[in-house]
Design a binder for this molecule. Structure first.
Ligand SMILES: CC(C)(COP(=O)(O)OP(=O)(O)OC[C@H]1O[C@@H](n2cnc3c(N)ncnc32)[C@H](O)[C@@H]1OP(=O)(O)O)[C@@H](O)C(=O)NCCC(=O)NCCS
Length: 193
């Protein structure tokens, strides 16, 4: 893969970029993540991690350099993956991603995930991002999408449930809360074909 200043596909995945009006009237654009987003992501992600107890990184744990983040983005610009950012007022306020294993025996499914800055919860960004990630799976004729959500993250589970994801499996004590207690991981999935 070439190292251009703005690493991008020749053609954006279908339906992207998309602009739409949020429930509070502001305008939001969702587009594919590009290498040039790395510096802003390195500033924004620690804030996001500090706002929700349900993300994998503890506050202060994310320590990627801009170069490392660029590398991470480059590695995900490929047919089997897609990373998205949502922008409001020109600032990144949410990230999302989906990816399939490269092995042919596993490539009929993909795992997805997303997170939105707290100031922008509940205005429709999560739902729109999920719809785009699901569309990516449909465009690839994937059989199944799945995600991991920690038991207790009711806000996220309600969204996934509303989008047709069903509880499929439970990994017991998979996640350690900040108080030292554990939560189960729930695998939720949706069959596309
Ligand atoms: C979970 C998360 C991604 C949802 O994103 P969001 O942008 O707030 O979601 P939306 O605004 O699209 O709302 C999703 C739905 O949940 C509903 N909802 C939100 N909060 C709710 C609440 N407290 N009670 C009931 N319903 C609620 C909304 O009404 C909306 O339903 P609708 O689309 O039918 O109107 C976001 O809250 C987040 O990033 N949380 C922290 C990180 C996280 O948990 N990520 C997911 C890890 S699995």
């Amino acid at each position: 893969m070439t190292h251009q200043s703005t690493q991008q596909r020749a053609t954006e995945p279908s339906g992207l970029p998309v602009s739409f009006t949020l429930k509070d009237g502001r305008s939001c654009t969702i587009r594919e993540t590009v290498e040039d987003d790395a510096a802003e992501l390195c500033e924004m992600l620690p804030k996001m991690h500090a706002e929700s107890p349900w993300l994998n990184y503890k506050p202060g744990e994310f320590d990627k350099t801009v170069e490392q983040e660029k590398q991470f983005i480059r590695e995900h610009i490929k047919p089997s993956a897609m990373m998205l950012v949502a922008l409001v007022g020109g600032k990144i306020v949410a990230t999302g991603g989906v990816g399939s294993p490269e092995q042919i025996r596993l490539s009929h499914h993909a795992e997805l995930g997303l997170a939105v800055l707290k100031d922008f919860w509940n205005v429709g960004i999560g739902r729109k991002m999920m719809e785009l990630l699901i569309q990516w799976g449909r465009d690839r004729n994937l059989r199944k999408l799945y995600l991991r959500v920690y038991d207790g993250n009711d806000r996220a589970m309600r969204l996934y449930d509303a989008l047709g994801f069903q509880h499929e499996a439970r990994l017991r004590d998979d996640f350690q809360r900040d108080d030292g207690t554990y939560a189960d991981t729930i695998i939720m999935s949706r069959f596309l074909i």
